[in-house]
Design a binder for this molecule. Structure first.
Ligand SMILES: O=C(O)CCC(=O)C(=O)O
Ligand SMILES: [Fe+2]
Length: 280
């Protein structure tokens, strides 16, 4: 007689840890199968875990989330001073791809504004032999202060209108530059509530509940923003942006994402993270 394999609490815990550590569903499945799990049972265990209503809610769930109002079904949205295109809308996970959120001139001005500070962060982020310190993220980055310049203020006001979320709840814009070969391995943007450093971070405005990645240029090849759990690749096109939200700091939000390696040219992005409360 074939004994049916049981999905134990220990297995559920292990699965959560694997997903929480940034391993994709397929990777976790492969690990289970290679350690003797029946493929169908393994898939079922994972599916049950990722069902929105499957888990006891241990972490607080945000009652309201940032996001565009698409209830009218309009492909063009008025975001204050600019008309923004809606190119793709997915319900779960909540992902929206915008077209023309930034003008070419705005993209160029943001790259120019950040270039000097990127050069500086590069010297801090490399060893004496020139190798990178953080292997998971091989880009160079810098942060603007919220409202730092007139351009930044204008863009932040547009984002606030588009996503119906107060400017004050946004972190300062982060600019990343990826050179050929650089990538950002799949990760979650929320803070792990169980991590030692999270308490201090969460005091400054609570959890992150949404991310907006804006493309400041168009790489020649590579550099898509990838969502491994849903097998979605968003191509980086200058002025466009990808938005996604997450109501709890858990893998079941399916918001695992990364920046695929840039193959040719550079990739520049500006990321706006939105908090539950006022970011101080
Ligand atoms: O570069 C990308 O496409 C993704 C960037 C990202 O994940 C982030 O800034 O948190
Ligand atoms: Fe991210």
């Amino acid at each position: 007689m074939i004994q049916r394999q049981q999905i134990t609490p220990e297995l559920r815990q292990w699965l959560l840890e694997q997903l929480g550590a940034g391993h994709g569903q397929e990777q976790v499945l492969a690990a289970m199968i290679s350690s003797g799990w029946d493929a169908a049972v393994a898939r079922q265990a994972l599916d049950e875990l990722l069902r929105p209503d499957a888990q006891p809610v241990e972490d607080p769930v945000a009652s309201r989330l940032p996001g565009p109002d698409l209830s009218g079904g309009q492909p063009l949205l008025q975001a204050g001073d600019r008309e923004v295109k809606v190119l793709l809308s997915l319900q779960h996970p909540r992902v929206v791809v915008f077209g023309g959120l930034l003008s070419d001139e705005e993209c160029e001005a943001m790259m120019a504004l950040s270039a000097k500070r990127l050069a500086r962060s590069e010297t801090v982020a490399t060893h004496a032999d020139g190798s990178e310190i953080n292997a998971a993220r091989t880009s160079d980055g810098m942060f603007f202060e919220r409202g730092e310049t007139e351009l930044i203020r204008k863009v932040e006001a547009r984002i606030a209108k588009l996503l119906d979320w107060p400017v004050e709840n946004g972190e300062g814009l982060q600019v990343l530059r990826y050179r050929p070969g650089a990538e950002y391995l799949p990760h979650y943007d929320y803070f792990d509530p169980n991590h030692a450093s999270s308490a201090a971070i969460l005091k400054r405005g609570g959890q992150r509940v949404a991310t907006l990645v804006m493309y400041l240029n168009t790489p020649t090849a590579g550099g898509a923003t990838v969502f491994p759990d849903i097998r979605l690749d968003v191509m980086p096109v200058k002025g466009n942006a990808v938005f996604f939200s997450y109501d709890r700091p858990q893998p079941m939000t399916l918001t695992l994402h990364g920046g695929a390696p840039v193959r040719e040219g550079e990739k520049w992005v500006a990321t706006k993270w939105l908090r539950e409360g006022v970011f101080v």
